[in-house]
Ligand binder design. Structure first.
Ligand code: HGY
Ligand code: MN
Ligand code: MN
Length: 431
């Protein structure tokens, strides 16, 4: 690694600006208990406008693609493919203020640092805010980055629906986007050389080991299922226990089965969760006739991930049969684990070594946009610690000091990549 990297006199990260941007983004929320800024809503678009306004005020060229992903670019000194960084601006319901947003804010601060230091770089440096990363609304995650990676196209967007039956395509139209043009939003290796995403860890490894930075080696896969249980609604007083087809008790047994499968010795590393349950008719004096469960299965091992899903579906079928219910199962999303390119991970590690930043390599339990982007452009991920490992809740927290360490590393990693990647054909650019 060229020693000049350390001498590169980059201005210090402005922690006040990081805090200001985090606070401003948190204001785009439909709830006061935590942040709620769902995919393809006016609030998400408002946050994207703030992103492009802030960066165009720095003099960067900005644009938004047909998928609703927003970009800003500092031109490079020569004919070269872009090196990018960024993350997502949408949230789950009642979220914290750091998941995704920390990576966007870090990217925005890197943009300021590069502009103000007039840092020399051959490759254009691009800053990205992805749309629709969370699967909370439509079930499948990473809509904007899947489109960028060529993994989702217009027809798919009509099929993905939220719990009110609104499709991604309709939601996109409602915020002024055109789902019929999303193929124009695809990234290509002619245009991109590498991408690095900073994200909160959403786990407690870094905090427990008092290590300021994580470098991600692989991102867990996820299989998401919706189970519809059809039993028999009837009077809770008039119906004897042995004459019931209770959808709730069947759902409870399936939920415990998911936990049992994921915790047996063969599944070390599997996580299975029923995070959402809908009952009908939902009356205290009527036995639930219908239950709808949403299951999220995560694993770093793709075979084990799918085996867990098959075991759970088979188990659910026999539970329903025994209890006299019928069962419909729909797969809402199925994404394999992704190992991120070693050469890119090592470059980030080299920067840590050069700057004396302690780090550890670790897997990601959560999924991320980089998981999709890596299908088309080599991607790397930098983690910053999450307090108590909490995420997807209002108590999610990362200190601005930790975020500043990650932001400084991100800036130096992008410049290191600029120096190391030649302008177009390096063998390393294939992931
Ligand atoms: O659900 C996830 O893993 C991520 O937060 N989208
Ligand atoms: Mn995220
Ligand atoms: Mn998330």
């Amino acid at each position: 690694m060229s020693p000049t990297l350390v001498e590169t006199s980059l201005p210090p990260v402005d922690t006040g600006r990081l805090t200001h941007l985090l606070t401003e983004f948190a204001g785009y929320s439909e709830t006061t208990h935590g942040v709620t800024r769902l995919a393809y809503t006016p609030l998400e678009r408002g946050a994207h406008r703030m992103f492009t306004d802030e960066l165009s005020a720095l003099g960067l060229h900005t644009w938004t693609d047909a998928a609703g992903n927003s970009y800003a670019e500092i031109a490079g000194g020569g004919p070269a493919r872009a090196i990018g960084t960024g993350s997502h601006l949408d949230t789950v319901p009642n979220a914290g203020r750091f998941d995704g947003i920390a990576g966007v804010v870090a990217a925005m601060e890197v943009a300021r640092i590069l502009v103000e230091s007039d840092a020399r770089h051959t490759h254009p440096i691009r800053f990205v805010a992805f749309a629709g990363e969370e699967g909370a609304r439509f079930g499948q995650a990473c809509t904007g980055s899947r489109i960028a990676a060529g993994l989702l196209d217009s027809p798919d967007l009509a099929d993905l629906r939220d719990t009110r039956g609104v499709s991604v395509a309709d939601a996109m139209r409602s915020v002024g986007l055109d789902p019929d043009r999303v193929s124009e939003a695809r990234w290509s290796t002619d245009d991109w050389a590498a991408f690095v995403e900073l994200h909160i860890e959403q786990g407690n490894v870094l905090e427990a080991q008092a290590i300021p930075v994580g470098i991600v080696e692989l991102i867990s896969g996820s299989t998401r299922l919706r189970l519809d249980l059809h039993g028999r609604a009837s009077h809770t007083g008039g119906t004897p226990m042995h004459q019931r087809a209770d959808a709730m008790t069947a759902a409870a047994e399936i939920t415990l089965l998911a936990e049992e499968i994921a915790t047996d010795a063969r599944h070390h590393g599997t996580r299975a969760t029923v995070g959402r349950l809908e009952l009908e008719p939902g009356s205290i004096t009527t036995i639930p006739g219908t239950a709808r469960l949403y299951v999220d299965i995560r694993d770093v091992d793709s075979d084990r991930q799918r085996m867990t899903a098959v075991e759970l579906m088979n188990g659910a079928r026999s539970i329903c049969e025994r209890r006299g219910l019928t069962l419909d199962i729909e797969t809402l999303g199925d994404t394999s684990p992704v190992v991120l390119p070693v050469w890119l991970r090592r470059k980030i590690a080299d920067v840590c070594t050069t700057t004396g930043t302690r780090y550890r390599v670790l897997p990601s339990g959560a999924s991320h946009d980089s998981q999709m982007i890596n299908k088309v452009v080599p991607a790397g991920m930098i983690f910053v610690p999450s307090r108590n490992g909490l995420s997807h809740v209002p108590d999610e927290w990362t200190s601005v000091e930790d975020l500043a360490v990650g932001t400084d590393l991100l800036a130096r990693s992008l410049l290191a990549l600029d120096r190391e990647l030649d302008s177009g054909t390096t063998a390393e650019a294939t992931c």
